[in-house]
Ligand binder design. Structure first.
Ligand code: TRP
Length: 451
């Protein structure tokens, strides 16, 4: 093993950092608005199925590649494939996908940071209905000075942490922030489901109407599984490369997946009961949480403070995710081009910020600039989350299941967890070799209208 490589400081270090990467805007911002646009409970069931059949087995596979090779995504594929250019290309695709995701993710993260400041200024104090909150959101996000200012600030925080080295920073930050975020969400769920008229929202989330499901919604559910688990572009692989060989991969993966899924479900129960109780439509798109949450706090005693804390925690949850995005790119450049970590993080952070500018302007000046009926922001989101991540997922499954092969994968998986029951290994091999690649392929073909 490479003794110079930094490793997590404690056994739970990996779980916290990976859960920190997974839990973020994907759970609280993206999941609820997708549920709202794609049929509620039916979408959730589809999502959960994808998590179990495809998400979890691939999380295990990705961590396994990283822990075995102890390198960045490109270096890991190169080493384990014996310099096969195709697989090196898969690593490169991952790094590029990370760049794309980070560029628009940083914009939304900037919005949540901006909401901390607006909450503190009392901008939402007297807003009683989500429609008015929506108008304010449109004004704020359409102002390019507002959104670029906060996305620049956010990028500086991300660079700051990567600059000073990742392990202590990420571990510590996640250890403190995740539990508080969890508690606050639970508080909001309790508030939401006890509001008068909350029943409609609870039904919306629990009574499926399967007629809402088609190839497109299935693709979106898949994309969301990958996005939310930080899967398919080498983030988990990179974090796995900081793991020592006496840590258990499967149980760590299960913990991360369970934590991440519970936060998404809780976010659903936090948003929809109050939304429907206030007579709003679920299909509001990416502005959903920014319309409903500021208002909700006005119905809670001490709402002014809770609102500030909530958006602060949301920003921090986003920060533990952006760290993982920038870390992948930085690890790649540091390993492959021998640049110093400090230089690499500043240059790459700057590039990602600039790439995000058209996404930031999509809410305002570039609102009417559309490609395939999507704004620039929506286009980058769609291509990276719904095409590149699942594509990365197929490649990871094919790599571990067929190219590198189970004969090498299984002994490496068992290192550090000899007591893993045989049937779990068998189920995992079947899911990785057959179920995951076939399902992803079917969904791709279906959404392209081929089957
Ligand atoms: N999973 C994070 C979220 O839900 C976002 C994220 C961080 C991500 N790292 C990633 C998404 C890598 C895809 C790939 O907010």
């Amino acid at each position: 093993m490479d003794n110079n490589r930094e490793h997590w400081g404690s056994k739970i270090g990996f779980i916290l950092a990976a859960a920190g990467s997974a839990i973020g805007l994907g759970n609280i911002w993206r999941f609820p608005y997708l549920v709202g646009e794609n049929g509620g409970a039916a979408f959730i069931i589809l999502y959960l199925l994808c998590v179990v059949l495809v998400g979890l087995p691939l999380v295990i596979a990705e961590i396994l590649i990283g822990r075995t090779a102890q390198k960045n995504p490109v270096g890991s594929f190169r080493e384990l494939s014996n310099h096969n250019p195709f697989w090196v290309g898969v690593g490169v695709l991952g790094v590029l996908t990370g760049l794309m995701i980070h560029s628009y993710y940083n914009v939304v993260a900037g919005w949540s940071l901006g909401y901390v400041v607006e909450s503190a200024r009392g901008s939402f104090q007297h807003i009683g209905d989500p429609e008015k909150a929506g108008i304010l959101f449109d004004q704020l996000s359409a102002s390019w000075t507002w959104s670029l200012f906060f996305s620049a600030c956010f990028m500086m925080f991300t660079i700051g942490i990567i600059y000073f080295g990742v392990i202590q920073g990420i571990e510590k930050a996640s250890k403190i922030m995740l539990p508080i975020l969890f508690l606050l969400i639970i508080l909001l769920v309790i508030r939401g489901v006890t509001l008068e008229g909350a029943r409609a929202g609870i039904c919306y989330l629990t009574k499926p109407d399967f007629s809402a499901i088609n190839g497109k919604t299935a693709l979106l559910a898949f994309g969301q599984v990958f996005f939310s688990l930080s899967l398919g572009m080498g983030a988990l692989l990179t974090y796995g490369s900081y793991m020592t060989k006496n840590e258990k991969i499967v149980s760590s993966a299960v913990s991360v997946v369970v934590l991440n899924t519970s936060v998404s479900l809780l976010a659903g129960f936090m948003i929809f009961p109050p939304l429907l109780a206030l007579g709003m439509k679920p299909a509001q798109g990416p502005s959903l949480i920014f319309n409903i949450l500021p208002v909700m706090f006005n119905s809670i005693p001490g709402g002014y403070f809770f609102r500030i804390i909530f958006f602060l925690l949301l920003s921090m949850a986003a920060l533990t995710s952006t760290i993982s995005l920038l870390e992948v790119i930085t690890a790649f450049v540091v390993d492959e081009f021998r640049l110093s970590r400090k230089k690499a993080s500043v240059i790459l952070g700057g590039i990602v910020f600039l790439l995000g500018v058209p996404s930031a302007l999509s809410a305002g000046r570039l609102e009417n600039f559309t490609i395939l009926k999507l704004t620039f922001f929506q286009l980058v989101d769609f291509i990276s989350a719904n095409i590149f991540l699942p594509l990365g997922g197929i490649f990871i499954a094919l790599f571990v299941g067929w190219f590198w092969g189970m004969k090498k994968a299984i002994p490496n998986l068992l290192e550090g967890s000899v007591a893993l029951p045989g049937f779990i290994v068998t189920i995992w091999s079947i899911l990785i070799r057959f179920v995951a690649p076939v399902l992803i392929l079917l969904i791709f073909l279906n959404s392209l209208g081929i089957i």
